[in-house]
Design a protein around this ligand. Structure first.
Ligand code: ARG
Length: 252
């Protein structure tokens, strides 16, 4: 009788341990990746009625979901201002940032980046018939950029006059309303804006605007998460999944 009780106790203990172990793999158990983004950047992140993660949709959101799924982890999106993302990451409020974020030397000083998953470039958006045909033509004109975006850095380094706004759509409204002459922003987002606003065109200038690479940022030294993210990105790239998402969200 004693032996049987002991056996039952052992089995119960084993079952408990097993349950505890298995439940670690379940979603929402402290085993969730909290991604920060700024959902003002279609086709990478935007709000929609049927998002991939709650109301959040776009290429980056699908990538974030895939990373979490690969490790059977939950996923949560914090939508904050672009300018505040890396600070929130450093403060530990976020586990990672996925926001069409370009890898720059300056940003690399404060966070670690994954391998890149997308190549982009800055472009100029103007009204049809504009005399602006290249980046040099922005000289003496007023350009709108988004605060904290690499587009702002580019125009400021070129030394041309510009105004900064919080959102890309505000820049586009300035242009449509004739309050500025051009908008400088990332290529895929520019495509989205011109398809939504007839009468706007894109000017490319590859001699002036270099290629930029988008990657996911983690807190400096968080190699555990970085390795997971890199493995997932490598897999998605080799399976052509990111190109597929590009087709889906850019409608190419
Ligand atoms: N690629 C640009 C940058 O890194 C713009 C990114 C904007 N992203 C966003 N989710 N609002 O500065």
């Amino acid at each position: 009788m004693k032996k049987l009780t002991k056996l039952i106790a052992v089995i119960a203990a084993a079952a408990f341990t097993l349950t505890a172990f298995v439940s670690c793999g379940k979603k929402g158990n402290g085993n969730t990746i909290k991604f920060g983004t700024n959902a003002e950047f279609p086709p990478f992140e935007f709000i929609s009625a049927n998002g991939v993660i709650e109301q959040f949709d776009g290429i980056d959101m699908a990538i974030a979901k895939q990373i979490a799924d690969d490790y059977k982890m939950g996923v949560k999106i914090e939508n904050i201002e672009f300018d505040s993302l890396l600070i929130a990451l450093q403060n530990g409020q976020l586990d990672a940032v996925i926001a069409g974020m370009t890898v720059t030397e300056e940003r690399k000083l404060s966070v670690d980046f994954s391998i890149p998953y997308y190549t982009a470039t800055q472009v100029i958006i103007v009204k049809e018939g504009s005399p602006i045909k290249s980046a040099a033509d922005l000289d003496g004109k007023l350009t709108s950029v988004v605060q904290g975006y690499t587009g702002e850095t580019c125009v400021s380094e070129l030394g041309y006059k510009y105004e900064s706004f919080k959102k890309g759509t505000e820049c586009i409204m300035e242009l449509v309303n004739g309050k500025c002459d051009a908008v400088v922003i990332d290529s895929a987002t520019a495509q989205k804006y011109i398809s939504d606003n007839p009468g706007l065109v894109i000017i490319e200038d590859n001699n002036v605007f270099a290629h930029e690479e988008y990657a996911i940022a983690v807190k400096k030294g968080n190699t555990v998460l970085l390795n997971k993210i890199n493995a997932s990105i490598t897999k998605m790239l080799s399976e052509g999944k990111i190109a597929e998402l590009g087709d889906k969200y850019c409608g190419n």
